[in-house]
Design a protein around this ligand. Structure first.
Ligand code: GH3
Ligand code: MG
Ligand code: MG
Ligand code: MG
Length: 314
C-alpha cells in the first residue's frame, strides 16, 4: 500500500454534489480526492488509485450504492496481492432517510451513512474517524511485512533462510513445470569448515559464514534467482528458467568469489577458505519431484568433495 496521503474517492452521479463534497474534503491536508460519476468509472478508479476510503451515493446513474459496495467487497476477497486483508471503509450518501435501505447497505459491506444535503462538519468528522482506522491498518500492514521479512531471513548472514528456500522451491517447481521452463539448483558447502572453527574459533567462523553468504548473494544477477542458508555451512541457490550451462556459470562465479575473499585457512585448499558446489538441472515434470532434484544436487556436491573440493560437479 502506498504510504503518505490518504486517497479518497467520491462516487456521485450529480456533478454539483461531487464538486461540493470534493471541495469540502480538500480541506483535509493529508488526503487527496478523486471523483467518479458512475459505478463503472468508480470500479476502474478503485483498481488504479486503490482508495483508502470511498463515499458512495445510493442512487447512481448505472447502478445503486448497495450493488456497488457488494462488487467492491467481492473484489477485496479475490485480491491476492497481500495475505493480509485490508478494509476500505465505505460511507453512503443518501437524500432519503430509508432505514431499510441504509441497513441493507451496511449489511452489504458499508460502514456508515450521511444524509444529503451533507453537513460539512459531520462529513469531515466521519471521514477523519474512518481515516484513524485506516492509519492503524497501515501500521499493522507495515508490521506484518516486517515480520514476514524476519521470518524468511537467516539471523546470522541476513540472506534468505531454509524456510524461504523450501517455499520458493515448491513455488518455482510448479511455475517452471507450467511454463515448460528449466530449473537449476546449486548446493554450496564450505570446505573443511570444522577445521576452520577449530583453528580460528567459532566467532571467526561466524564472520566467515557472513562473508561467504554475501559473496554468493552478489554472484546472482537475475531478480528471480536466490541463494539461501540451507543449514550450518551449507547454502542452496534456486535458478528458475536456467538450464545446466547457465547454472554452471553461476556456480563458477560463486566458487571464484568465495576463493577471492582470500580468507586464510591453514587446513583449507591452497590455505584459503573455499567451497564445493553440486549442480542439478531439469525441466520439471509431474512424474518428478523437487526433492529428487535436491538429491541430485546433493549427489553432485558429494562428488565435488570427493574429487578434492573447491570445485563444481554437475
Ligand atoms: P567438508 O569439506 O567435507 O564440508 O568438511 P566440513 O568440515 O566443512 O564439514 P562438516 O559438516 O564436518 O562440518 C561443518 C562445520 O560447520 C561443523 C560446525 O561446527 C560448523 N558450523 C555449522 N554452523 C555454524 C555456524 O553457524 N557458525 C559456525 N562458526 N560454525 C558452524
Ligand atoms: Mg556441510
Ligand atoms: Mg560435511
Ligand atoms: Mg563443509
Amino acid at each position: 500500500m502506498p504510504a503518505g496521503k490518504y486517497q479518497l474517492l467520491v462516487v456521485d452521479s450529480s456533478s454539483a454534489n461531487r464538486q461540493l463534497i470534493g471541495e469540502c474534503l480538500s480541506q483535509l491536508d493529508d488526503a487527496s480526492v478523486s471523483l467518479a460519476a458512475d459505478g463503472q468509472s468508480a470500479v476502474e478508479l478503485i483498481a488504479s488509485i486503490r482508495p483508502d476510503l470511498i463515499l458512495i451515493d445510493m442512487n447512481l446513474r448505472d447502478t445503486d450504492g448497495i450493488s456497488l459496495v457488494r462488487r467492491i467487497r467481492n473484489r477485496e476477497q479475490l485480491s491476492t496481492e497481500s495475505d493480509l486483508n485490508l478494509w476500505t471503509p465505505v460511507i453512503f450518501l443518501s437524500s432519503v432517510m430509508d432505514e431499510d435501505m441504509l441497513a441493507q447497505g451496511i449489511i452489504a459491506g458499508g460502514d456508515d451513512f450521511l444524509h444529503k444535503p451533507v453537513s460539512e462538519i459531520i462529513l469531515l468528522a466521519k471521514v477523519r474517524a474512518m481515516l484513524r482506522i485506516v492509519g492503524m491498518q497501515r501500521d499493522i500492514h507495515a508490521a506484518h511485512r516486517r515480520l514476514k521479512q524476519i521470518a524468511t531471513l537467516d539471523g546470522l548472514t541476513c540472506i534468505p533462510n531454509r524456510r524461504y528456500f523450501d517455499d520458493t522451491l515448491t513455488t518455482e517447481w510448479k511455475r517452471c513445470q507450467r511454463a515448460g521452463a528449466p530449473l537449476s539448483l546449486l548446493l554450496i558447502d564450505i570446505d573443511y569448515f570444522k577445521q576452520f572453527n577449530d583453528a580460528y574459533g567459532h566467532q571467526a567462523g561466524d564472520q566467515c559464514l557472513k562473508a561467504v553468504a554475501s559473496a554468493l548473494n552478489e554472484s546472482l544477477f537475475r531478480v528471480e534467482d536466490s541463494v539461501a542458508r540451507y543449514g550450518g555451512e551449507e547454502f542452496a541457490a534456486i535458478l528458475p528458467g536456467t538450464a545446466a550451462a547457465g547454472a554452471l556459470a553461476v556456480a563458477e562465479r560463486m566458487r571464484a568469489s568465495t576463493s577471492e575473499l582470500r580468507i586464510p585457512h591453514k587446513h583449507g585448499v591452497d590455505s584459503f577458505v573455499s567451497c564445493s558446489i553440486g549442480v542439478a538441472s531439469t525441466h520439471p515434470v509431474a512424474e518428478q519431484t523437487a526433492e529428487q532434484l535436491l538429491q541430485a544436487a546433493d549427489h553432485s556436491l558429494y562428488e565435488a568433495k570427493h574429487a578434492g573440493r573447491n570445485r563444481i560437479v554437475l
